[in-house]
Write a protein that binds this ligand. Sequence first.
Ligand SMILES: Nc1ncnc2c1ncn2[C@@H]1O[C@H](COP(=O)(O)OP(=O)(O)O)[C@@H](O)[C@H]1O
Ligand SMILES: [Mg+2]
Length: 322
Amino acid sequence: MTRVVIKTENMSFAYPDGTPALQNINMEILEGERAAIIGSNGAGKSTLFSHFNGILRPTSGLIKIDGEPASYKKDDLIKIRQKVGMVFQNPDDQLFSPTVEEDVAFGPMNLGLPDEEVEKRVEESLEAVGMMGSERKAPHHLSGGQKKRVAIAGILAMKPDIMVLDEPTTGLDPHGVEQVMDILYDLNLKKNMSIIISSHDVEMVTEFATKIFVLHGGEIIHQGTPEDIFNDPKTIKRAQLKQPTAAALLHRLKTNGMSVGVKLTVEEAYHEILHGMGEDAYHNLLHMVKDQCHHKLLHALGEEKYHQMLHILEEEKKNKSS
Ligand SMILES: Nc1ncnc2c1ncn2[C@@H]1O[C@H](COP(=O)(O)OP(=O)(O)O)[C@@H](O)[C@H]1O
Ligand SMILES: [Mg+2]
């Protein structure tokens, strides 16, 4: 059976000033899963993420990491943070060493690993994020996308089982988004790493996530596959989010009588629309053949060929609808 790596049970949290930021959160993340928490600003995403590696402690309820209720003793917290690697939304909160190399080495050095092992991990991590050659650069001289990748490398160097990334693509240009998402796919597919991201970018999340949680006002108001989530426009609206553009377009075409299903990505929508158009064109042709061009076709083809053609069209129609 697939291992549950993170599980929360009726987890609630209020900030010291009394702000109730999370209410009765029940969620399960499985090993190797790509999960996304989606929600608008202030929904509680960052607060929830701070619970995944013990930065914040639930006011009530609990969180289990690998089946063990989180313990907030110093030594236990170190273990949790090794297991659950957290990439903050703003890389400037994470990068503080004078060079990229020192930054990525910081975590493994703190674990007391031998120099050789630290060096190996720095090299491997920078390679995994495509930042070799920047070892001696100052992090604050890098672009937003590069900083993000170095921050990811710093976490990878700790060899976590689970990576948690708070809004990993916010503020990046399309190329930067693609690079970061490619790294996350790679870690998930090649190393079976469980990955949890938060975002309000429904397009990206639709492509990436195998499981989505909709967070609104500190509560999880829906969870399921991307199809489950985005075929429920009411909940999406309540969460102050949007449907992916492809889904909204197909929904509209469907409402206006075109025979299409609602798909979430541009690629799927493209095929759905082509198929829908093909079907419409076919039915138009059939209609025309039977009603309008009857005499012309009979004359041009002769009676036998004309009936053969009608027969083929009918058979095709049957095959398509079966
Ligand atoms: N340090 C804090 N003290 C008090 N309230 C906070 C603090 N940080 C966040 N909040 C409040 O908690 C709620 C959730 O915030 P946050 O987790 O940052 O949401 P998100 O990451 O989804 O934008 C908001 O109402 C926010 O104002
Ligand atoms: Mg946030």
